[in-house]
Design a protein around this ligand. Structure first.
Ligand SMILES: CC#C[C@H]1NC(N)=Nc2cc3[nH]c(NC)nc3cc21
Length: 367
């Protein structure tokens, strides 16, 4: 179970702060959750995540079911002890991952696909997704949903919303509630389908609600419009989670619309490719202009990388494709987003949210 309380509401916007308690600790929201798909946040080890202040990370039912598999996870007594992480974990259900596989078949009982690891046939069902997540022992599990490409026609989008609702009912019927269970609202970019999905999913006994299927390449204004519409349909007293977002402009927009939780692979993915997030925007550490720079990545950042290493050194590491360069930028970017979210939370608490948003606009962190 999770205990969620709203602790402060912004007087002007839907932004709020909250407190979320799981059996692995208490943390404040809005919260950024680093993604640790294969039981690792790529490029950082758990002590570094802890020192950066990460209080909850993501795992993934689909990936962990394929490898190392449930037998190994069971033998370690769950994901927390397997990866030696004693803060909170949210596991995704696999819905999004199976959706991205090319040769899959969506049936009423679930999704039939070939394992990308050994080609074996697997039927991922709502029940199997729940079994996997209960075995992982995460603090928060996600319902198994059908993810569709947003450009799909309305007819299929409607069928998919109906399937996601039926699968949500199966998840609730099967789950033993040994962990919190969140429902996921779908409906692509159709407001009437978003309303239908929100009405059906929030009528069920979930501990929190996620909005899926946004920030998949659509214009920012479309994301904002659909998110504003959908979030208003979610109960105020339960956590609201926007899946898969994590750039400063998306975070500000999501929080302004009442979102409490968000996750994104971007900080570590961008880190591995040489891009750093800074308080004056993104910089590419592979650019030759940094070759002789004695400066830190970001003079406004107090992370260990910015306190000890120069852009010139990191440029050199990337020029030799050295592992350490990727690790340093991943560390810095995760720190940046956790620090950004901390400052955002403080701004809401002190009724300075719009001031903070204005500061981010001036710094060209957001549009
Ligand atoms: C359609 C849909 C949907 C959501 N369903 C589940 N189970 N997980 C997700 C993970 C995501 N990551 C990103 N990144 C952009 N978007 C996501 C959306 C979902």
């Amino acid at each position: 179970m999770v205990k969620f309380t709203v602790t402060k509401k912004d007087p002007v916007t839907s932004a709020r702060t909250g407190k979320l308690e799981t059996k692995h600790g208490v943390f404040e929201t809005p919260v950024f959750m680093p993604v640790g798909t294969n039981a690792t946040v790529k490029g950082l080890w758990q002590e570094q995540l802890k020192e950066l202040g990460a209080r909850i990370i993501l795992g993934n039912a689909f990936h962990l079911y394929l490898k190392p598999g449930l037998e190994v996870i069971r033998s370690f007594g769950g994901l927390h002890s397997f990866m030696n992480w004693n803060n909170s974990i949210l596991t995704d259900s696999g819905g999004f991952q199976v959706f991205s596989l090319k040769d899959k078949k969506v049936l009423d009982e679930g999704v039939l696909f070939k394992s990308p690891i050994d080609g074996s046939k697997i039927m991922m069902t709502p029940e199997l997704s729940m079994e996997i997540q209960m075995t992982l022992g995460s603090d928060i599990a996600m319902a198994f949903d059908e993810c569709v490409a947003p450009e799909l026609d309305r007819t299929y989008a409607q069928e998919s919303v109906e399937r996601t609702t039926r699968w949500a009912e199966k998840c609730l019927a099967y789950h033993d509630r040994s962990q919190a269970l969140f429902g996921i609202v779908q409906g692509a970019f159709y407001k009437d389908l978003r309303e239908k999905s929100a009405r059906e999913i929030t009528a069920m006994d979930f501990d929190g609600f996620a909005v899926g299927g946004l920030s998949v390449g659509e214009p920012f204004e479309v994301t904002r419009d659909i998110l504003e519409f959908t979030t208003k349909l979610l109960p105020e007293d339960k956590p609201r989670y926007l899946m898969g977002i994590g750039t400063p402009d998306m975070i500000i927009m999501a929080v302004e619309n009442g979102i409490d939780m968000f996750d994104c692979v971007l900080p570590t993915r961008m880190g591995r490719h040489g891009t750093a997030l800074t308080w004056s925007g993104k910089i590419n550490l592979k650019a030759a202009r940094h070759k002789f720079s004695k400066e830190p990545i970001d003079p406004e950042c107090n992370c260990k990388v910015c306190r000890s290493y120069s852009k010139g050194y990191i440029y050199h590491l990337f020029s030799r494709d050295e592992l350490l360069g990727k690790m340093m930028l991943s560390y810095h970017n995760v720190h940046f987003l956790l620090d950004f979210t901390d400052r955002l939370r403080n701004a809401i608490r002190e009724e300075r949210f719009l001031e903070f948003k204005e500061l981010c606009t001036r710094k060209q962190l957001i549009k």
